[in-house]
Design a protein around this ligand. Structure first.
Ligand SMILES: Cc1cc2nc3c(=O)[nH]c(=O)nc-3n(C[C@H](O)[C@H](O)[C@H](O)COP(=O)(O)O)c2cc1C
Length: 188
């Protein structure tokens, strides 16, 4: 079976991010036929402005678009800000949505969130699903991954996610997502 190439996009920009830590850990939780690599950074994206777009697409925007176009699928790992999508991630989606050969079109996408609160980012995920539907992504359904109370689930020194049931459900999601991507892309 051909290996699948997935890109992992993180919605948090901060150095000590729990979501970035989970994103970095995903390769160790993925099934054998899946290769995961980090997406190009979104922190240099200007705030979306049609006037900038009309002059030239920023290099960082093109870099992310190319990485997503080349991948078989995308995993987005993001916090929830004020019950919704963090501005840098929404800004990145807005930029990509205005490109020729719009990179989300027909792209399988799975979503995960980590939060220090009890809800685990669920409200962000449903806003994200709505935005991604508008750009014709193929959204993976279940199992969903909401990592709540992050401070109790990540090791303080190493930032490694150590909670066994959470690790188990993430492994299950990545396996199910592999099957979904193969079905959607025809890559057997
Ligand atoms: C501006 C802001 C808004 C936040 N709003 C929420 C929220 O609505 N729900 C939630 O569960 N956590 C919220 N949090 C707390 C985040 O879950 C927490 O800061 C988390 O560590 C962010 O993810 P990161 O560690 O990957 O940066 C918010 C944090 C910030 C900075």
């Amino acid at each position: 079976m051909a290996e699948l190439e997935l890109v992992v996009l993180c919605g948090s920009l901060r150095r000590g991010s729990y979501n970035a830590a989970l994103a970095r850990q995903l390769p160790s939780l993925a099934p054998a036929g899946v290769r995961l690599s980090g997406a190009p950074a979104i922190d240099a994206f200007p705030l979306y402005n049609q006037d900038i777009r009309d002059v030239a697409v920023p290099v960082a925007v093109d870099a992310l678009a190319d990485a997503i176009r080349a991948a078989d699928g995308l995993v987005i790992v993001s916090p929830e800000y004020n019950w919704s999508i963090p501005a840098p991630l929404k800004n990145a989606i807005d930029w990509l949505s205005k490109l020729d050969h719009q990179p989300f079109n027909g792209k399988p996408v799975a979503v995960q969130s980590v939060s220090t609160g009890p809800v685990g980012g669920a409200r962000m995920q449903y806003h994200l699903r709505q935005a991604l539907t508008s750009v014709d992504a193929y959204l993976f359904g279940r199992p969903e991954i909401f990592v709540n109370n992050a401070a109790q689930k990540f090791a303080k020194e190493t930032q490694e996610l150590t909670d066994p049931p959470t690790l188990d459900i993430i492994r299950k999601q990545l396996s199910a997502f592999e099957a979904f991507v193969r079905k959607m892309t025809g890559k057997g």
